[in-house]
Every structure is written in structure tokens, then in C-alpha cells.
Design a protein around this ligand. Structure first.
Ligand code: 5GP
Length: 177
């Protein structure tokens, strides 16, 4: 069934069940790859809060998590520049870092954030993203752990908003034609 968020109609796309199954698979891979490494997960707010929480709960290794806030979106169009609102307050020298993103669209956000992280000399940096829109790529980003590759359509739900609303929806919806 279609839903309305602000002025736009959205149609069901990824069910809560599909999302949680995929998260379990990704968490199993991460738990295997980072066993005994005590990785530090850096979740990028706001959109990734729900994904980060569900993913982190499924890990069965020692791991830490912290949060950073970056924004490059207003409405359904990128504003074209990245703003850092809450900075990283952890020492990451020599740490194995896993960045948690909700969605990689043009790649701009991560292309600006990754050098800031690399500059602080971590042991390694990998990216886990719930969603990726390959057709929208402007700045190529290597996503080591990916939930779903999706077409270039605006999505809401499961932490992702449309102008502030829709984050509390359990499923992911996409803009209806
Ligand atoms: P990028 O910098 O890769 O172009 O965009 C990344 C950020 O834009 C994401 O973290 C997310 O906040 C936002 N974004 C990109 N595509 C969508 C989308 O389809 N829906 C929503 N709600 N946000 C998106």
C-alpha cells in the first residue's frame, strides 16, 4: 500500500523482514572478518541510526561504536556540500575502523569524510552501507559490506527521511511514479 510523506507518494520496496535477514548476514561476515580485532564502528548520523543499532546488536565480537553527523541533503536533492555537525571525539590511531552509512548515493559524503579519517592513521578503514545507488555514482566509493544495491530512486523509511519525516517507518519505501 502506498504511503504519503509530506507532499509525495511512496510505494513499498524493501520489507522489514528482508532488511533484518540481510543485516544478520552482514553481521555474520563482519563478526568473522573482525574477530579479535576490536573494531571501532563509526555510524554517520542521522540516517544510519536504525541500521547501526540493528547491525551492532547482531555482532558477536568485541566492538566499539561512536557517532558522527554529516549532512549533504535537503529535500530530495543534494545541496552539493558536506557539513560536519558533530565531530569525531575518539582517538582512532591504529584502530580498525568500519564506517556505517545508510545509503551511498553520489559518494560525495564519504569522499569528503574518508580523507579526514585516513589522516588520523587508523590501521584500516572499511565501509558498510545498507543501500547503494550505483547509477548515481559521481565519486566512486568501495563498499566492503553492502545490504542492497538499488535503482536511482529516492527512498524513505528505516532511518531515512524525506525532509525530516519517514525515519520511523520499519520498511523502506521508494518514490512512486
Ligand atoms: P551522497 O553523499 O553519497 O550523495 O549521499 C549520501 C547521503 O545522502 C546519505 O547518507 C543520505 O543521508 C542522503 N541520501 C542519498 N540518497 C537518499 C535517498 O534516496 N533517500 C534519503 N532519504 N536520503 C538519501
Amino acid at each position: 500500500m502506498k504511503i504519503r510523506v509530506h507532499d509525495k507518494e511512496f510505494e513499498p520496496y524493501l520489507t522489514a523482514d528482508m532488511i533484518s535477514k540481510r543485516i544478520k548476514e552482514i553481521a555474520a561476515d563482519l563478526s568473522k572478518d573482525y574477530k579479535d580485532k576490536k573494531p571501532l564502528f563509526i555510524a554517520i548520523l542521522n540516517g544510519s541510526f536504525m541500521f547501526a543499532s540493528d547491525l551492532f546488536k547482531e555482532l558477536n565480537i568485541d566492538a566499539e561504536i561512536c557517532f558522527i553527523k554529516l549532512a549533504s541533503y535537503k529535500g530530495t536533492k543534494s545541496t552539493g556540500h558536506v557539513i560536519t555537525a558533530i565531530g569525531l571525539d575518539m582517538d582512532i590511531i591504529g584502530r580498525d575502523i568500519v564506517i556505517i552509512e545508510d545509503i551511498v548515493d553520489t559518494g560525495k559524503t564519504l569522499s569528503e569524510f574518508l580523507p579526514q579519517i585516513q589522516h588520523q592513521q587508523p590501521a584500516s578503514v572499511k565501509i558498510v552501507s545498507l543501500l547503494h545507488k550505483p547509477e548515481a555514482t559521481v565519486y566512486p566509493i568501495t563498499i566492503s559490506y553492502l545490504g542492497f544495491s538499488i535503482p536511482n530512486k529516492f527512498v524513505v523509511g528505516y532511518g531515512l527521511d524525506y525532509d525530516g519525516l519517514g525515519r520511523n517507518i520499519r520498511e523502506i519505501y521508494r518514490l512512486a511514479e
